[in-house]
Write a protein that binds this ligand. Sequence first.
Ligand SMILES: Cc1cc2nc3c(=O)[nH]c(=O)nc-3n(C[C@H](O)[C@H](O)[C@H](O)COP(=O)(O)OP(=O)(O)OC[C@H]3O[C@@H](n4cnc5c(N)ncnc54)[C@H](O)[C@@H]3O)c2cc1C
Length: 430
Amino acid sequence: MKLTAWGQYPVIDTKVILPNAVLAQKLVLESSVIPFGNGRSYGDSALAPNIVPMLSNDRFLNFAEESGLLTCESGVLLADIIEIFVPRGWFLKVTPGTKLITVGGAIASDVHGKNHHVEGCFSACVQEFTLMLADGAIVRCSREENQELFHATCGGMGLTGIILEVSFSLKRIKSKHIDQTTIKTGNLEETFAAFEAYKNFPYSVAWIDCLAKKADIGRCLLMVGDFANDGNLNYKAKKNVSIPFEFPGFALNNLSVRAFNWLYYGKVRKRVTQSQVDIDSFFYPLDALDHWYRIYGKGGFTQYQFILPKEKSLIGLKEILEQISSSGKGSFLAVLKLYGPANENYISFPMEGYSLALDFKIDPGLFALLDKLDEIVAYYGGRIYLTKDVRVSKTIFEQGYPLLDKFREVRSRYGLNKRFHSLQSQRLGI
Ligand SMILES: Cc1cc2nc3c(=O)[nH]c(=O)nc-3n(C[C@H](O)[C@H](O)[C@H](O)COP(=O)(O)OP(=O)(O)OC[C@H]3O[C@@H](n4cnc5c(N)ncnc54)[C@H](O)[C@@H]3O)c2cc1C
């Protein structure tokens, strides 16, 4: 069958191996496989000639009401957890900008949300999981048991085996609403100052106008917030609107992005605005549009996400935003986030600093621009996020991940490097 991930690029032929009782046997027979969650990674990390689809591995197994510890299979979607647990006063401790991902995918990418500076990555709330290794054996992994497999698997992009069952903590909430403050800034210095001034809020994220020029470079709308206290837990997921067909190639260009950015930034008049929003609008605005990748046309798109160490973030981001602005390749989505310290996982993405994520339609000249941006990221000691990537070079990747050799060594010691491969891992020689 044909398979692609969220960026719709590349599209490959793949064979599906079902995750049932014969899986262990099959694993021994198949030369190489990669687990596939809900395909919300953007590039080629879940793509391979043989995939193991995990969505049907989706049973809830236990919930400890006193501690908030949930045990479920790895194919459960975050959306299902929210639907069931928000009305009971529980929410995810860490959630990315989409709820349409599996728990296995959340661990394999060690995803982060708007609260990394407070709560860290998804792995921070994981107590333990079971993992199927290359020979079909199933082991329990935690910070106490099989620690190396635990730290390799969190952020390990499916390259250390198949995550089967997971126990992780939820957090108590008193409302389905979030009290949000929006701060409008005029340039990058003001944006950084605002992040610092509001860093006591558990959630923060900024939308940057990436086509702004000169003195306006880095101007943004910074949204910060926390759960309200009103006791209203009457949550129902919002109905989605669908983009019905792929837009023609000319629909999305420098002009349309510039017009969108101008309107979006301009619609906020005051420097500081207060509002109350619901969970779906605050955490998952993009989920409201089904198939929104269709606006990028048939050729697909990619998300470029990098992080820079805090002390280099201002200078590095300025250079990168200048390059993007002068290239004329705009992005509707340009999201800046603040991160707390890195964790112990070998190839997790976050480090203490700032990260920017930008969506770009795939077109001639894009990869040359991204290669240039890679050089700036590497120069300032940053790294690229694997779960979004489809084209970074081996050299740039290796420079960004100092514990990569440890990751490779664990993979080799357990024979995982003979069984688990994605297009991405082969491209990058992981
Ligand atoms: C709109 C949108 C917003 C996003 N926002 C964020 C964000 O804010 N922060 C963030 O960190 N990420 C974000 N992401 C990325 C997304 O959270 C990750 O790519 C996530 O891993 C996707 O999970 P999935 O279940 O779809 O897995 P897939 O995309 O299918 O796979 C992703 C990786 O997980 C591995 N994997 C999947 N299941 C298993 C398993 N059971 N065992 C072992 N490995 C497995 C795959 O092999 C692959 O390497 C966003 C994506 C979208 C589309």
